[in-house]
Design a protein around this ligand. Structure first.
Ligand SMILES: Nc1ncnc2c1ncn2[C@@H]1O[C@H](COP(=O)(O)OP(=O)(O)OP(=O)(O)O)[C@@H](O)[C@H]1O
Length: 501
């Protein structure tokens, strides 16, 4: 696909109103290669977007050029000269379009100087971009930007890099994106950074309930480690078919088993020099645990069907939501493997144990959702009311950040209002099945529960259900739910105003 990426400028709009060409239409009509898609970024003159889009489509149609993929998108920027937001948006969209296109043409004529600078800075880093501009006489030219920013940067940075020890510089970029206001989470991050920068072979074991951010931490450790330039491979051990676990992790040779038509490199080899993230490590069978231990201790693996060993250099980060020590006690997980993995032990607290993180997380999620939706013309950013945030804080969030994220996402989807209220959040919550005797109830300070009301509701539900099951025979129904006699159940039915069908 050949794509044109462009900002829209005042001249484009003004000339269109006189039915005259300016940069975008000139480039769209004259570029030797027609564009399959034209992606126009705008942040002003919203009422003119639709007319412009229609006008451009008409011009393309008349010229016999592709015209069914022309769209104007709202840029989520603070202003036409605000470099940080312009660069952020440009980076996001040029990266996406460059990946999706064979060739990406970037118009550097339309828009403010800040927009053109951002387009060049970002576009130079992509392999398939061409810069293009239009002249006053409505002709176009390709623009060569004869500087390699990467090389220039490397040269200027060479001296300071040389002053640093042999160790590759690490990046804490991903750690910085992790919300951690609570002391508990700050402690986890500081330990994780130490794990990341430690001896290259040091494994890590990340424990925590589902949705607490174990994978996020694993990604951040890899990105901040000297292995960051190599691959990070992730595998969910619980989702691997038992018969293939060995081959997926350690590889196989041709003919090792029926269907093994060629040799296959396992994840250990694929992640060579990098990191292997073993999610749900508690699900591995004993025989795979032995091989994993060997890989950790000796740095060697053997492909299925082979007898020679292969050296591997991989950092293992394992994670599980299960109580691994309990599995060790039950004999389901090897104790030696547990201690080997637990060198860099990180325990991520549940969301309900890090109350201070909830509000910043909510704000970040709201911001993310607004950014994603802002590209749709006419979208108005949403926010959450104070009561909404308070309600969120009062919830137990068994599914942790993932559940929180999904709930806010649903509330955004279902509410038309600009402010999401506590009622919207309540409606978006997925109500869990009634609490069984065993499960613990989590309450937060400030949360209001009317216990009498709850008890009354339960009584009503069970009486109704028992009556239904007993075909309205009160004696049988009373017996089912542990009441002494049909008189007692009759009293309950009257006192609680229960309608019997
Ligand atoms: N501290 C954080 N800041 C921002 N987003 C986070 C944070 N922690 C987790 N998330 C987000 O929450 C979601 C769940 O995180 P993640 O998948 O890492 O959890 P997990 O513990 O690995 O879950 P599972 O046990 O199901 O594998 C992801 O969308 C992740 O981006």
């Amino acid at each position: 696909m050949t794509t044109l990426y462009t900002w829209i400028g005042n001249t484009d709009i003004e000339n269109m109103q006189q039915n005259e060409h300016a940069a975008i239409s000139t480039i769209a009509l004259q570029n030797p290669k027609p564009f399959d898609r034209i992606f126009i970024f705008a942040n002003a003159w919203e009422k003119d977007w639709k007319p412009y889009e229609k006008w451009l489509v008409k011009q393309l149609k008349e010229a016999g050029r592709p015209n069914d993929n022309v769209a104007i998108f709202k840029a989520n920027i603070a202003g036409p000269t605000d470099y940080p937001t312009i660069i952020r948006e440009t980076e996001k969209w040029i990266s996406k379009l460059s990946e999706e296109s064979e060739e990406l043409y970037i118009n550097i004529t339309s828009g403010t100087p800040a927009m053109s600078v951002a387009s060049v800075l970002v576009g130079k880093g992509k392999h398939n971009t061409h810069f293009i501009q239009s002249r006053r006489d409505n002709t176009i030219e390709n623009v060569d930007v004869p500087v390699d920013f990467g090389v220039a940067y490397a040269k200027s940075a060479a001296k300071s890099i040389a002053n640093k020890a042999v160790k590759a510089p690490s990046s804490h970029k991903l750690f910085e994106t992790i919300v951690a206001e609570s002391q508990a989470m700050k402690d986890v991050i500081s330990k994780a950074k130490r794990v990341a920068e430690s001896d290259l072979e040091l494994p890590a074991l990340v424990l925590g309930e589902t949705g607490t951010g174990k994978e996020v931490i694993a990604n951040a450790i890899h990105a901040a480690s000297p292995r960051a330039s190599k691959t990070l491979k992730t595998v969910n051990c619980g989702a691997l078919p038992e018969s293939l676990v060995d081959s997926i992790l350690f590889g196989h040779v041709k003919g090792a088993f029926t269907g093994a038509n060629s040799e296959h490199k396992g994840l250990f080899e694929q992640a060579s020099g990098g990191t292997l993230f073993l999610d749900e490590v508690g699900e591995l069978t004993p025989s795979v645990q032995v091989k994993l231990l060997r890989a950790l201790q000796e740095g060697e693996i053997t492909r299925v069907g082979d007898n020679k060993t292969i050296s591997v250099d991989v950092r293992i980060i394992a994670a599980t939501h299960r109580d691994l020590l309990q599995l060790v006690e039950k004999g389901d997980f090897r104790e030696d493997l547990f201690y080997r993995l637990a060198v860099g032990l990180l325990h991520i607290p549940a969301l309900r144990e890090r109350h201070e993180d909830i509000e910043p997380l909510v704000l970040e999620l709201v911001d993310e959702l607004n950014q994603a939706a802002n590209k749709y013309p006419g979208y108005k950013s949403k926010n959450i009311s104070e009561k909404g945030v308070k309600f969120i804080k009062s919830q137990p969030w068994h599914g942790n950040i993932r559940e929180l994220w999904n709930t806010i996402n649903r509330a955004f989807l279902w509410s038309d209002a600009e402010t999401i209220t506590d009622v919207d959040i309540k409606n978006a919550l997925i109500v869990r099945a009634p609490v069984s005797d065993e499960s613990e109830i989590f309450l937060s300070l400030g949360q209001q529960v009317d216990i009498n009301n709850l008890v009354e509701k339960y009584k009503k539900k069970y009486v109704k259900a028992a009556m239904k099951a007993a075909g309205n025979n009160k004696t049988k129904a009373a017996k089912m739910i542990g009441l002494n006699s049909q008189q007692v159940i009759t009293k309950w039915i009257e006192a609680l105003d229960i309608e019997i069908e």
